[in-house]
Design a protein around this ligand. Structure first.
Ligand code: TRP
Length: 334
């Protein structure tokens, strides 16, 4: 790699638009990591295909995700932001790793079980081998650390198992990655069902805040957020709705829950919800402006994509070559 920093790898699927949860729980916390790590972020479009996509929308979403990464503050000159589908080594390594992954292991993946239950009409093999492709993503770049949410921990575990198994047979080929535990950031829950994670694939329009929502919609959704029949702004397990709003407000303003409780002492939920809505709208406005600029500047966006695709392909092909040699593939005649 270009310097001695440790390598950090992550990415998001190019499906739908990003939510406030993706932003506060992940993206926002990625922004300064490049000071400490060599950061590589993928637009995970191969993974997106495990669910049926409308081609035109899919293309648009993938482009939009790239610009959103940038708008959130990831500088594409300092972070390698690239498209997974532009680097063929992902699919190539994924095949090989699939031959070192047991069906018994894949059968245990809770996300597969959840998604299979949700998409009964399309339980495809890609959905089943999704974790193998994710292992290929991470191992191709010899990542030391991977920031992942709770729902992806099991996939990181299987990545480690595959890497260790492969290394056990062929010698030290892959770096065995660790989970990166973020210092800040929270798990943001649905505004309508605060026991559930705020989701990209949400159908209830009031449950998720989209990063490109306008100010009025943001404030309206917070006003309608589900809370409880109590009236005190207080952080508590049995007050999931209010606690989620406090998490959001805290992430955006930097205040801790004690400060927030004090700020809204003697004030009603209505006032609190409005304050959260306004704070979120204020936080997202500069991001939305930057997004508008990036998505229009086709030339700049394309030049960053091209440069980073090349960089990613270079790293990835180095690992893939090593793997080809280790497993004993013949070399093509020159
Ligand atoms: N599965 C991840 C998610 O849905 C996205 C992803 C794909 C990923 N490959 C990855 C995340 C590699 C981290 C590292 O959130």
């Amino acid at each position: 790699m270009i310097n001695n920093n440790k390598i950090l790898y992550s990415g998001m699927q190019a499906t739908g638009s990003l939510t406030l949860g993706n932003y506060l729980g992940a993206l926002k916390n990625w922004v300064n990591l490049n000071e400490e790590y060599e950061c590589i972020y993928g637009v995970m479009d191969l993974h997106s295909l495990t669910v049926r996509q409308n081609p035109a929308e899919f293309r648009k979403n993938a482009r939009s995700l790239y610009a959103l990464y940038m708008a959130a503050g990831l500088d594409p000159e300092k972070n390698c932001i690239y498209y997974q589908s532009h680097v063929p080594a992902h699919a190539q390594l994924s095949w090989i790793l699939g031959c070192f992954t047991y069906m018994g292991e894949l059968n245990r993946m809770t996300q597969f079980k959840d998604k299979a239950a949700k998409h009964t009409e399309n339980i495809n093999a890609g959905l089943y081998t999704y974790p193998v492709l994710m292992a290929a993503d991470i191992l191709l770049y010899q990542a030391d650390v991977v920031p992942v949410g709770q729902d992806q921990k099991q996939h990181l575990e299987i990545t480690r198992d595959i890497a260790q198994r492969f290394n056990g047979i062929y010698g030290d080929v892959f770096t065995v990655p660790e989970a990166y535990i973020a210092k800040a950031g929270a798990k943001i829950m649905s505004l309508q069902e605060p026991q559930k994670k705020m989701s990209k694939s949400e159908e209830n329009p009031n449950a998720s805040i989209w990063l490109l929502d306008d100010r009025d919609s943001i404030i309206r959704k917070f006003k309608r957020a589900v809370t409880d029949s109590d009236t005190v702004v207080r952080y508590a397990e049995e007050k999931a709705g209010i606690s989620n709003l406090m998490d959001i407000y805290g992430c955006v303003t930097g205040k801790d829950s004690a400060e927030i409780e004090k700020e809204f002492e003697g004030k009603g939920y209505g006032e609190f919800k409005l304050a959260v809505g306004e704070a979120v709208a204020d936080e997202l406005l500069p991001l939305q402006k930057r997004y508008g600029q990036f998505i229009q500047d086709k030339e700049y966006l394309d030049s960053m994509i091209q440069k980073n695709d090349e960089k990613a392909a270079y790293y990835a092909s180095k690992t893939l070559r090593k793997v080809y040699k280790k497993v004993g593939f013949t070399e093509p005649a020159k």
